[in-house]
Design a protein around this ligand. Structure first.
Ligand code: UDX
Ligand code: ADP
Length: 462
């Protein structure tokens, strides 16, 4: 079969894999190849056991793999044979040198750019899919077009807005697709090529085009705004706990203002995930770089509140459990950074687990999809850790349950049985406010939600 367009994606991660599977599924006349330097990852993409858990992804890959979707480790051949190249490699926060802990580490990116230059035998469109600091495309363009050999590269920015756990739905029905390009003849032509691909399934009015820097910045700003909402409600949750207000009632009342809207106002143990913290710190670094210290401080406070919220959760546990956790067994329900994913990157559970171990508690980690990643995250951490998938078994003999991920399965468990199996007094710290607190209290638990008065059987607190 001859294909109308040939597409390569470098980086087979949480973004590259699902996005390319969706393009392959919606554009049967495109051949899509996904490459990665990690051979185990590629082997997993070619197996029945995909390297990431995402509802609907197995079906999508099964329908397209071997038809017009291919996974390979041959990056060189991939670059040579394809005319459109998405770059979706990781861009972690720099851990060394200038900007350490703040700026994006662009070494994988630059390596990829140099590889594209080395192996290309014809002109190509290169698309930034990874979230990158503003003006990275310019650097990419400079590296790619530094030789006078008749080969030309057009660099586009096409940030991905999918959220994990809902990636397939987000890819199929995106709020918007954003494509940034240079506003030259070549740039506009390349932009149109990408618009045409998305127009196979995305309504035209949802495909936005812009200049390349606006596109890069929009991605950082979208994530910063989302994270800011969470930090705003989490800051208010601290006040609610002191003022005996209920943060769920406050967020409902506030969110019904149509100018504010109801989404992303759930108080929690703080946001995790590979994007929010990294992107805000990137934005902060960018602002400082331009001498905008007041702006940088403003955005940095979003991260500070997030750190504060996680530490506050530990302090609430300590305070409730008579100021010592030493020797107590605490069960963590959930380790993923959110429900419906096995991803634990930047999960608040990592910080909470470490802090509990520092307080010399024993922990039992439970999660339906993230236990493998949890083991990796806690490798080398000192203390007593057990991993038990079944939430009931995990809670057995524990002094407390800390609910850290809002998995649906935790809502309707046999709580009387769980209570009977635990050490007394038994505590539940609901870091996601998803349980029926009154019911748990009536069963006998001492219940500590986020941003609401606790329900306890201790006389002095009632
Ligand atoms: C985010 C953006 O939503 C997405 O558009 C971007 O492409 C990547 O980053 P993701 O990190 O997958 O997606 O998850 P998201 O649903 O945004 O949740 C991030 C974190 O915020 C999670 O830890 C979640 O539990 C937390 N959260 C979310 C809250 O604590 N309260 C809320 O009300 C919403
Ligand atoms: P994201 O969430 O942004 O998709 P991931 O870490 O899940 O990030 O995926 C990034 C992928 O990019 C990883 O599988 C990693 O092995 C791959 N990768 C990093 N550098 C290169 C490179 N130079 N060439 C090919 N793949 C790379």
């Amino acid at each position: 079969m001859t294909f109308e367009k040939t597409i390569l994606c470098i980086g087979a991660g949480y973004v590259g894999g699902p996005t390319m599977a969706m393009i392959a599924s919606q554009c049967p006349r495109c051949r899509v190849t996904v490459v990665d330097i990690n051979p185990e990852r590629i082997a997993a993409w070619n197996s029945d056991n995909l390297p990431i858990y995402e509802p609907g992804l197995d079906e999508l890959v099964r329908a397209t793999r071997g038809r017009n979707l291919f996974f390979s480790t041959d990056i060189e051949q991939g670059i040579r044979e394809n005319e459109i190249i998405f770059v979706s490699v990781n861009t972690p926060t720099k851990s060394f040198g200038l900007g350490a802990g703040m700026a994006a580490d662009l070494q994988y990116w630059e390596k990829t750019a140099r590889q594209i230059l080395e192996f290309s035998e014809s002109s190509k469109i290169v698309i930034e899919k990874s979230t990158l600091p503003v003006k990275t495309a310019l650097a990419m363009e400079r590296i790619l077009n530094c030789q006078e050999n008749g080969i030309h590269f057009d660099v586009l920015s096409n940030p991905e807005f999918l959220a994990e756990g809902t990636a397939v739905r987000d890819l199929e029905h995106p709020d918007r697709i954003l494509i940034g390009s240079r506003e030259t003849d070549n740039g506009l032509k390349a932009r149109q090529t990408l618009v045409d691909i998305y127009a196979s399934w995305v309504p035209k009015e949802r495909i936005l085009t812009s200049n390349i820097w606006s596109s890069e910045l929009s991605k950082l700003v979208s994530n910063a705004f989302l994270a800011q909402r969470i930090s705003s409600i989490n800051a208010i949750s601290a006040l609610c706990e002191k003022a005996e207000a209920d943060v769920t009632e406050v967020s409902r009342a506030v969110g019904m203002d149509s100018r504010i809207g109801p989404k992303f106002l759930n108080a929690s143990i703080g946001f995790g995930g590979s994007c929010f913290r990294k992107d805000i710190l990137n934005l902060v670094y960018l602002c400082r770089n331009y001498g905008l210290d007041v702006v940088a401080d403003y955005w940095e406070s979003v991260v500070k509140i997030n750190d504060y919220q996680q530490e506050r959760f530990i302090r609430n546990m300590l305070g409730a459990m008579f100021n010592t956790l030493a020797g107590k067994r605490i069960c963590l329900w959930g380790f993923a950074f959110k429900a419906n994913t096995g991803d634990t990157r930047e999960s608040p559970a990592i910080f909470i687990a470490r802090r509990l171990l520092e307080e010399q508690a024993e922990i039992v980690v439970s999660d339906p999809k993230a236990l493998g990643n949890a083991r990796t995250d806690l490798t080398g951490v000192r203390g007593q850790i057990r991993y038990v998938e079944d939430p009931l078994q995990a809670a057995e003999g524990c002094h407390a349950i800390a609910l850290l991920t809002e998995w649906d399965l935790y809502r309707n468990l046999d709580f009387p049985k769980i209570f009977d199996s635990m050490a007394k007094p038994a505590f539940i710290f609901d870091g996601r406010n998803i349980l029926d607190h009154r019911r748990c209290f009536d069963i006998g638990f001492n219940v500590y939600p986020v941003g609401k008065p606790p329900l306890t059987h201790f006389l002095e607190e009632r």
